[in-house]
Design a protein. Structure first.
Lengths: 158, 162
């Protein structure tokens, strides 16, 4: 991976505020790390990953916290009162490279699949599949929707 | 007379052997509970406390099982800071972190080795915002604090700050 890094994440936005969960890997990391990130007040914490990680985040209206999970285990939580919002207007899945030649894995492009993407409907508490809207990704990014509620992102190689 | 002397020598030898075994036992078995009640730590600067704003840090008042070198080794196994010219200093603190103490395994008054990695620059961008059609501004993170449980050696998490 040369001398840079890459991250893949899902973000819930409300205006300019957001909460984000994902994983990232820089060339001086031994392994990818899962991270939870919130803005205003900004905070980012990362965790060692298990072999088959399943990062996720959710907000429970009952306790008014944004919680971040890894393999269904609580990792990190911030009060929605502190963050200033308890529901989002859109969800964004993305890859993010910090140099134009970044690549994950030995075979390019290594696509990262976000599967089983759901959102919590406020009216009845249901969890329908996300309605994926694809953006045309600029170089070096790529993305597609292999199935309903799924999204793949990747960064291209040199 | 000769028998008395030999008997005393034998007794002395037995005691020497017993003491040596005891010393060996203390070094090998008991040493882990004796290590680290503070040596090897840097003094935490006001800037560090400020960066870790919501985290409550208290002095550690009990012995811990993991020494400083082992804690650094655990962190080095995760982050090879030499590759990017990073430097480390360490703090042993009793930590209460409100952002990670809501689960079944809270970080509350927990003895932790904090491995502070500085002299690094980690770019972290903001998310794409469909409402504005632009990415939110990113930032460069320059300080990492790896939290290593001072008894189990587990990497609990790493906090990054600007």
């Amino acid at each position: 991976m040369c001398t840079s890094g890459v991250s893949h994440s899902v973000t819930l936005l409300n205006g300019s505020q957001w909460v984000q969960v994902g994983w990232r890997y820089y060339h001086w990391y031994a392994n990818p790390m899962m991270y939870c990130e919130v803005t205003d007040p900004y905070d980012i914490v990362e965790f060692s990953l298990t072999e088959r990680p399943m990062p996720s985040s959710s907000s429970d209206p009952a306790d008014k916290f944004w919680d971040c999970y890894l393999d269904n285990a609580f990792k990190f939580g911030k009060s929605s009162v502190v963050l200033g919002f308890s529901s989002g207007t859109s969800v964004n899945g993305q890859g993010e490279a910090h140099q134009s030649h970044v690549q994950i894995g030995k075979v390019a492009p290594a696509k990262l699949l976000f599967s089983d993407l759901q959102w919590r409907r406020k009216s009845d508490g249901g969890w329908p599949a996300m309605n994926i809207v694809e953006n045309n990704s600029p170089v070096p990014y790529g993305n597609d929707e292999p199935a309903v509620g799924q999204m793949r992102v990747w960064t291209n190689a040199h | 007379m000769l028998t008395d002397v030999r008997s005393r020598i034998d007794t002395t030898l037995v005691w020497v052997i017993v003491l040596r075994i005891g010393l060996l036992f203390a070094i090998v078995v008991l040493r882990p509970v004796l290590v680290e009640r503070g040596p090897g730590q840097a003094v935490m600067a006001t800037e560090d406390v400020h960066r870790l704003k919501d985290v409550r840090l208290e002095p550690v008042t009990v012995p811990v099982l993991v020494d400083r070198d082992r804690a650094i080794g655990i962190a080095k196994g995760l982050y090879d800071w030499d590759k990017v010219g990073g430097t480390v200093d360490t703090f042993l603190k009793s930590v209460t972190d409100p952002a990670v103490n809501r689960g079944p395994d809270p970080v509350e008054n927990r003895p932790v080795w904090m491995i502070h990695i500085s002299n690094v620059a980690l770019p972290q961008g903001g998310p794409w915002n469909p409402e504005t059609g632009e990415a939110e501004p990113g930032r460069v993170l320059r300080h990492a604090y790896g939290f290593i449980d001072a008894n189990s050696g587990e990497h609990l998490y790493t906090r990054w700050t600007e």
